[in-house]
Design a protein around this ligand. Sequence first.
Ligand SMILES: Cc1ncc(COP(=O)(O)O)c(C=O)c1O
Length: 405
Amino acid sequence: MEDMEARAHRLDAEDPGHRDLFHVPPAEGGDYPETAYLAGNSLGLQPRAVRHELLEELDAWARLGVEGHLEADRPWLPYHELLREPAARLVGALPDETVVMNSLTVNLHLLMVSFYRPAGERTLIVVEDTAFPSDSYAVRSQAAFHGLDPDLTVVRTDDPLATIREHGDRIALVMLGGVNYLTGELMDIPAITAAGQAAGAIVGWDLAHAAGNVPLRLHEWGVDFAAWCSYKYLNSGPGAVAGAFVHERHTGADLPRFEGWWSTEPATRFEMAPVSRPPRSADAWQVSNPPILAMSPVRASLELFDKVGMTALRERSERLTAFLQSLLDPTGVAVVTPRDPARRGCQLSLRVGDAGGLSKTLRHRYGVIADSREPDILRLAPVPLYSTYHDCWRAAAAIAREEKA
Ligand SMILES: Cc1ncc(COP(=O)(O)O)c(C=O)c1O
């Protein structure tokens, strides 16, 4: 009978990804030259195209100085326009609903300035009980900013629909992770959005672990707002520039916003007028001029998503993750991520004794990069763009060995 490693090699031959488009770090230990990199849910690998693209902007800066704003091959002044459509396609949004800017938590704050409007009895913010700490701190500080007690205002739940049913008329904002960072669970974004809105709340999503991982249709689902980062599945580099979505029904609305010179219509930007004239688009939420050197890798990366397509990626992702699950099942290690492919992205989260210790051992003894989250979760994310079936086999074989030891 074919052994599992041979099977992994056969599957890689039959169902290859696009690993050759990425730099895969060399392994620090184990029997193979390359890392089995399963930490793309934390920091995606560098696309080979990025270096060249970034050097082009550095060259333009060297050659043109300030004139690069208008005369670079990709002029910097309207540079963020280049990212709008690919980002919109990725999250299922209209171009005018989408903007690439800032970092994720900054975007969540800028959006909450507009969309968290506590009034009367309607003050609560609902987050998941395993919300990422940055989101927790963000919503608590928003409550405090409005003079509310965060302990009484932020409701943490493991069942958002039940919480919406129970507290509906007191909820101002539901803000959840589309894919939970810890468990890898994919939330029912359309159902929760509809339920929250039916109860009179605004519903926003943190899509850090969803963008580039699962297909999204934010416009069609009627999501009020969303934000995501670009350094995980979007492979745009550490601290890469993030994305934001505002549904078109809100883009022209009279909402409070924090503004800067990038919030005004581009044609009015150099009028040097004291009052802004914001466009009827997500661009109105921009504040500062965009960091071109940081946006260049995002542009190069989004191009890959356009080339390969989210549908094809998702199909390969389901096959890879199912393969990893089938290898983990016989080890007896507890997988806390839902088994149903419709309720998860690519990540599998394992409950293990010493997750931090195990992830170090995997790296140094086997050349497998996974990551751990307190207190006992090991996260493995086979990323369909560059991970292989053989990476999955290496991770599962190493875990089986270590958990038995
Ligand atoms: C779910 C989630 N939200 C927010 C953040 C924080 O992102 P940033 O530091 O880019 O604001 C992260 C970072 O990993 C995350 O996983």
